[in-house]
Design a binder for this molecule. Structure first.
Ligand SMILES: Nc1ncnc2c1ncn2[C@@H]1O[C@H](COP(=O)(O)OP(=O)(O)OP(=O)(O)O)[C@@H](O)[C@H]1O
Ligand SMILES: [Mg+2]
Length: 408
C-alpha cells in the first residue's frame, strides 16, 4: 500500500495521520513545503520518502512535481486531510488513475455555493443563498432574501469576513469591510443551535459518526474576544433532538457522492417557535480542526488518526464506537496584549475538577499571546470529559468563567 499524503507535517495534527498511515502498514510518500531537515524526528520515522515543493498551494506546480518525482513508481492512494489540499489530491488521483473521489466530487465539498446547490437538489434544506461579486449584486440579493442575512466569502475559513446583517445600513458597513473579497455568498440567516456532524466514511457510509455542539455559535465566538468558546461532543447521539441533523448528515454524504475518509459538516437546529427544522450549513471532506479529532478520541477512547488510515487504505474500521463521555474543549483568550503574565483560577479549577480534565494546554506565563481572530485555539485550551451531559456543560462553563488569563 503506497500512499501519497499531501502536507504530512503542517498543520501539526497531520503528523498524527502520517503516523496512522504507517501504523496500518502503508508506505507514506509525503509532499510538503517544509524542508526535509526541518521535519520533526518522529514524523521522518513514519515517512518512506518525502518531496519538498516550493509552493504547496500552487496546484499545477505540485501536480507536475509529484508526477516527475513518482515517475516509474505506482501508488495506491493520494490523500490529503488539510482543506486547502483536498482538490490537489483529487487532481493527482485523476492524473494517476488512482481510486478515490474525483475533482468534481471533491469540489462539492469545497465550493460553498456548489455544495448548497447539490444538497438542495437532493431535496434537503439549505439556507436560501445567492452568489454575489459586486456591491450592486449584493444589494439586489439582500432585497430578494430579506433581513437578517449573512454575507460571507465563497471560499471562507474560520468565519473570516463573515457578517450578520440586520438592515441596509449594516449591509453597507459590511460591504465596506469586504472590499478584498472577490466572491461572496449572501444568505438567509438561520437562528438556533449550531452543531457538527463528523464521520469517518467508507464508500460514503459512516463507519464512525459524531455530533458536537458549538457554545456559542462560531460566528458569535469569533465576534467577541471576551468569550471562551466551547465545543462539546455529544455522548448520547440517539436522543431525539439530534435525529433530524444526523439524518440530514447521512443524506448530504449521499447527495455529494462521498467516498472514503473524514467529513466535517455544520448544521443548525432552529428554535421550536421558528419551525424546529434542521438546516444544512457547510461540509468538508476532511477532519474538523481545532482538536475536534482529539475530542472524538476522548469521547470513545479510540485513535481515529489510525482508524481513518485503516478506512482509507483497507476499507475497514476496527475501533469500538461506543460513546463513553461528552468531551468538552474550552478555548481561552487572555485579557490584555503581549505576553501572558498570570493565570487566575486554574489551580483551584484543577484542584476541584482535575479528575475530569484530560488536557491542560493553556499558554504558560511568559509566552506571547496568539491572534484569537486567526486561530480558534487562541491562548490555549482545556479539554475535559464526563459521562453526563449536564455535568460536562457545567464543568465547561466553570472553566470558561472561573479561569482568567492576563497579558501585558
Ligand atoms: N446562513 C447562515 N445563517 C446563520 N449563521 C450563519 C450562516 N452562515 C454562516 N453562519 C455563521 O457563520 C459561521 C461561519 O460560517 P461558515 O461555517 O459557512 O464559514 P467558515 O468560515 O468556513 O467557518 P469555519 O471555518 O469557522 O467552520 C457559522 O459557523 C455560523 O455561525
Ligand atoms: Mg464553518
Amino acid at each position: 500500500m503506497k500512499v501519497v499524503f499531501l502536507a504530512p507535517s503542517y498543520p501539526p495534527e497531520m503528523q498524527q495521520y502520517t503516523r496512522g498511515l504507517a501504523e496500518v502498514g502503508a508506505e507514506v510518500y509525503g509532499v510538503g513545503d517544509t524542508p526535509v531537515q526541518a521535519l520533526p524526528g518522529p514524523l521522518k520515522h513514519h515517512l518512506h520518502d518525502y518531496l519538498q515543493v516550493p509552493r504547496l498551494l500552487d496546484e499545477a506546480d505540485v501536480v507536475e512535481r509529484v508526477t516527475a518525482w513518482l515517475r516509474g513508481r505506482e501508488v495506491d492512494r493520494v490523500l490529503a486531510n488539510w482543506e486547502v489540499m483536498v482538490v490537489t489530491a483529487a487532481r493527482l488521483r485523476e492524473r494517476f488513475g488512482v481510486p478515490g473521489m474525483t475533482v468534481d466530487a471533491v469540489s462539492g465539498f469545497r465550493d460553498k455555493q456548489l455544495m448548497k446547490e447539490r444538497v438542495a437538489a437532493a431535496g434537503l434544506r439549505v439556507p436560501r443563498a445567492v452568489r454575489v461579486r459586486t456591491i450592486a449584486e449584493t444589494r439586489a440579493a439582500a432585497e430578494q432574501i430579506g433581513f437578517p442575512l449573512i454575507v460571507k466569502p465563497i471560499a471562507g475559513a474560520g468565519s473570516a469576513d463573515t457578517y450578520r446583517v440586520d438592515d441596509a445600513a449594516a449591509l453597507d458597513a459590511a460591504l465596506a469591510r469586504m472590499q478584498h473579497v472577490r466572491e461572496a455568498s449572501c444568505e438567509e440567516f438561520i437562528g438556533g443551535d449550531e452543531y457538527t456532524f463528523d464521520t469517518v466514511s467508507i464508500a460514503g457510509v459512516p463507519a464512525f459518526a459524531n455530533v458536537a455542539q458549538y457554545l456559542p455559535r462560531p460566528l458569535d465566538a469569533r465576534s467577541h474576544e471576551w468569550i471562551s468558546p466551547i465545543i462539546i461532543t455529544v455522548r448520547d447521539m440517539a436522543q431525539p433532538a439530534l435525529a433530524g441533523g444526523i439524518a440530514l448528515g447521512h443524506a448530504v454524504l449521499g447527495a455529494l457522492g462521498m467516498g472514503d475518509g473524514f467529513t466535517h459538516m455544520e448544521w443548525f437546529r432552529k428554535p421550536a417557535d421558528q419551525g424546529d427544522e434542521v438546516v444544512f450549513g457547510e461540509i468538508g471532506c476532511r477532519p474538523g480542526g481545532a482538536h475536534l479529532v482529539d475530542q472524538m478520541n476522548y469521547t470513545c477512547d479510540i485513535d481515529l488518526f489510525r482508524e481513518w488510515a485503516r478506512a482509507v487504505c483497507w476499507g475497514r474500521f476496527e475501533a469500538p464506537t461506543t460513546r463513553k463521555y461528552n468531551a468538552a474543549i474550552i478555548f481561552k483568550r487572555a485579557k490584555g496584549h503581549g505576553r501572558i503574565t498570570r493565570i487566575d483560577g486554574l489551580g483551584e479549577f484543577l484542584h476541584r475538577h482535575g479528575e475530569h480534565v484530560v488536557e491542560q494546554r493553556l499558554l504558560p506565563v511568559g509566552t506571547h499571546r496568539r491572534d484569537w481572530k486567526k486561530t480558534l485555539v487562541s491562548d490555549g485550551y482545556i479539554l475535559l470529559r464526563h459521562p453526563d451531559w449536564d455535568r460536562t456543560y457545567q464543568l465547561a462553563m466553570a472553566a470558561a468563567t472561573d479561569i482568567t488569563m492576563w497579558a501585558e
